[in-house]
Design a protein around this ligand. Structure first.
Ligand code: SF4
Length: 303
């Protein structure tokens, strides 16, 4: 077994102190409904699926309606694939909805309708990757496992390693880095969510608000904020991408009670018919859209 060490501490390398981070988190945390007491592990897992690539503000209404309608894995599994895709709405990356439906089915069938509480078993579930498995184990079951998302990687890169940005992701090294920071007592899960919150609300990618930062020491600040190395990151665009075309085509199908013709889909994207065909074919290949016997198109399971 290969042991990956965290970045070696340099002389006087700063750390993230729990006695600074935790009181700040208690004072400043956002009131997010999936953090409320009494929210089930399943409902936390749903939030993590939705938050993977979508901002909190867009997830909030969809999550609330989702868990009201389908509060358990078995309730979700009993819904049709088309209902799940409709409820996903405009969260984007709709393959996540399909995987969440499959995940619910496996939990209902193989795990007595209870979300597993250990990372290894969580990793066997459809759509659950390294981040989601650790997030659910930590946030739902208080397991002291490192939870590393983009925000956490950025905070650690700045505060501990004195760099403007995180290096290329390396799960083993990133987990080791964060594991080295976790308190050894039962505050570890709260420390993990607090680190993530700091990156999401204060140590943000473009405009870190260092004046509000609870950390007394920060390597990047101490070094005088050296520039990021490597090529500048390109901003992600959405307009004109295949992803946008897929979204438009799904909108047509979501808002229709019955299968639609190719001509009805063409209205959704007239700019480039080759791109439209490519997007439609990818939706068919992903199993999000189905083709009826008479050549029309419908959401999965509604053909
Ligand atoms: S001092 Fe600024 S750069 Fe350093 S961790 Fe805090 S917010 Fe981020």
């Amino acid at each position: 077994m290969v042991h990956i060490m965290p970045h070696p501490p340099v002389n006087g390398s700063p750390t993230v102190r729990a006695d600074e981070l935790l009181p700040w988190y208690d004072r400043s945390r956002r009131d997010l409904p999936w953090r409320e007491p009494g929210v089930s592990a399943w409902q936390i897992l749903v939030s993590e699926f939705m938050l993977q690539q979508t901002p909190v503000s867009r997830v909030l209404p969809v999550w609330s309606e989702w868990v009201r309608r389908w509060p358990t894995p078995s309730a979700t599994a009993a819904a049709s694939a088309a209902d799940v895709l409709r409820a996903w709405g405009k969260l984007g990356y709709p393959r996540r909805a399909k995987r969440l439906h499959e995940c619910a089915t496996v939990i209902a069938r193989d795990h007595d309708d209870v979300v597993p509480d250990d990372v290894e078993t969580l990793l066997t579930l459809p759509g659950v990757g390294s981040y989601t498995a650790r997030a659910v184990a930590c946030f739902a079951y208080q397991r002291p496992v490192p939870v590393v998302d983009t925000n956490v990687r950025r905070v650690v890169a700045r505060a501990v390693h004195g760099r403007a940005d995180a290096a290329v992701p390396s799960p083993a090294r990133d987990h080791a880095d964060v594991a080295a920071l976790l308190p050894a007592d039962d505050t570890a899960p709260r420390f993990s969510v607090a680190l993530m919150e700091l990156g999401a609300t204060v140590c943000t990618a473009r405009t870190p608000r260092c004046g509000l930062c609870p950390l007394g020491e920060c390597g990047w600040r101490r070094a005088g904020y050296p520039e990021a190395q490597g090529p500048p990151r390109r901003a992600q665009t959405y307009a004109g991408t295949d992803r946008q075309v897929r979204g438009r085509l799904l909108d047509v199908l979501r808002t229709s009670d019955s299968p639609v013709t190719r001509a009805e889909l063409e209205v959704a994207w007239r700019a480039d018919h080759l791109q439209r065909e490519r997007a439609l074919n990818s939706l068919l290949a992903d199993g999000l859209v189905t083709r009826t016997a008479d050549g029309r198109f419908a959401l999965a399971g509604e053909g």
